[in-house]
Design a protein around this ligand. Structure first.
Ligand SMILES: NC(=O)c1ccc[n+]([C@@H]2O[C@H](COP(=O)([O-])OP(=O)(O)OC[C@H]3O[C@@H](n4cnc5c(N)ncnc54)[C@H](O)[C@@H]3O)[C@@H](O)[C@H]2O)c1
Ligand SMILES: [Zn+2]
Length: 368
């Protein structure tokens, strides 16, 4: 088991606890934090028979009253209508300011449950219990919560750090392979932006990890190491500013591909795999790679994880247009995170539209 402490910019702190089979300790840990007596357990409906039952039992054994609120609507329901429904269920149960929220599920439930907690009676505590790789290494850490608006993803949100993140790596065993791969895209990203040793481990083991042929000790190590990277980057950003941008590696074109295909064709991580191949190409065009061999390592690992096909059928102009709505665009030019070698990236401003377009076309020629 690993505990990563996260200091908040304006005081306060929370722990991210990573371990195999630690879900039954949830109740005691929440009790130790002095949380109120009534907990709304907002849980992915796919998990209400198994993991949510374990979480509820643990909370009740520690003396909490638990209202299980199943959520079934996925990414498509991560919106204000669902916020209203969930808040309504808490109000009907008589929950007041003494209540708090446990969000149990992937990033969708984490974002939605976190936003419900941020807004319920102007804000109550939230404990995150992430159950996907993506949520354990990325979404649950950093305090961002959000829901979608018809005009775009995650446009309505709040900064609402959790009191605790409890990541039981045993929960990951039931994930379908596509979700494992989607989460591993962020893991590969962490290796590229900051951790050559992690990248080396993935070079040795990526197929086995994608099939979840990895023992408990190694899985704990992998998730904790990645949670640590996200935590470090986010904390350093809060101290100095700007570092968080590197987490966007592969995401500028990745997000644009997701948006251009109405978020239906690719899982987020699949689009990030495409976006990272594109970023490698752009870095090569700008002469950033320190050696051709580093770029080959970069591309080879991403390809072994499985770059999806079919991006050649998406209109290049539409993808290019969608990169313009990137929140990181400055003065009409693009900001990209580009790699120099495995483990080291630069934030590059001033990339022109035609370079972006050429990069997208090169990606399509390669992964069509
Ligand atoms: N707040 C942040 O900083 C942040 C960062 C990255 C992503 N996100 C958000 O995260 C969301 C994506 O998260 P995700 O990829 O976890 O998707 P998700 O929550 O939709 O989960 C993926 C699928 O896995 C299922 N599932 C969850 N846990 C399972 C388990 N243990 N066993 C079997 N199936 C399980 C879910 O029912 C779902 O079908 C997006 O909405 C994105 O915006 C937020
Ligand atoms: Zn991502």
């Amino acid at each position: 088991m690993t505990t990563i402490g996260i200091e908040l910019p304006h005081g306060g702190r929370y722990d991210v606890v990573v371990g195999h089979g630690i879900l039954p300790s949830l109740g005691e840990r929440c009790r130790a934090l002095g949380l109120g007596d009534r907990c709304a357990l907002i849980a992915d409906a796919a998990l209400t028979d198994g993991l949510a039952g374990v979480a509820a039992d643990s909370l009740r054994a520690a003396g909490f009253e638990v209202l299980i609120v199943p959520y079934a609507a996925g990414e498509g329901g991560k919106n204000l209508t669902s916020v209203e429904t969930l808040v309504g269920q808490m109000l009907e149960a008589g929950y007041d300011r003494g209540a708090w929220v446990t969000a149990l599920g992937g990033g969708v439930v984490g974002d939605l449950g976190g936003f419900v907690a941020a807004s319920f009676l102007r804000g109550v505590d939230v404990v995150q219990v992430p159950t996907t790789i993506l949520a354990q290494v990325d979404a649950s850490i950093g305090g961002k919560t959000a829901v979608n608006h018809p005009l775009g993803k995650n446009l309505i949100g709040a900064f609402h750090p959790p009191r605790l993140v409890l990541s039981d790596t045993n929960a990951l065993r039931s994930l379908p392979r596509t979700e494992v791969v989607s989460g591993l895209a962020e893991v590969v990203k962490h290796g590229i932006i900051r951790d050559a040793e992690l990248f080396g481990f993935l070079e040795e083991r990526i197929e086995g990890v994608a099939d979840m042929k990895i023992d408990a000790t190694e899985l704990d190590w992998l998730i904790a190491r990645n949670a640590q990277i996200k935590a470090e980057v986010v904390s350093a950003d809060e101290r100095e500013g700007g570092l968080r941008a590197i987490l966007n590696y592969g995401h500028t074109i990745g997000h644009a591909i997701e948006a251009a295909t109405a978020y239906k064709r690719y899982r987020h991580g699949e689009a990030v795999l495409l976006g990272m191949i594109a970023a490698g190409e752009l870095a090569a065009n700008r002469g950033l790679w320190e050696s051709a061999a580093e770029r080959e390592r970069h591309d080879a690992l991403i390809e072994r994880l499985g770059v999806p096909e079919g991006v050649g059928q998406v209109d290049a102009a539409t993808i290019a247009e969608r990169t313009k709505s990137d929140k990181k665009r400055i003065g009409g030019r693009h900001r990209f995170v580009l790699a120099r070698r495995i483990g080291a990236v630069d934030v590059v401003d001033g990339v022109e539209d035609d370079q972006v377009r050429a990069t997208i076309e090169a990606l399509q020629a390669r992964c069509g």
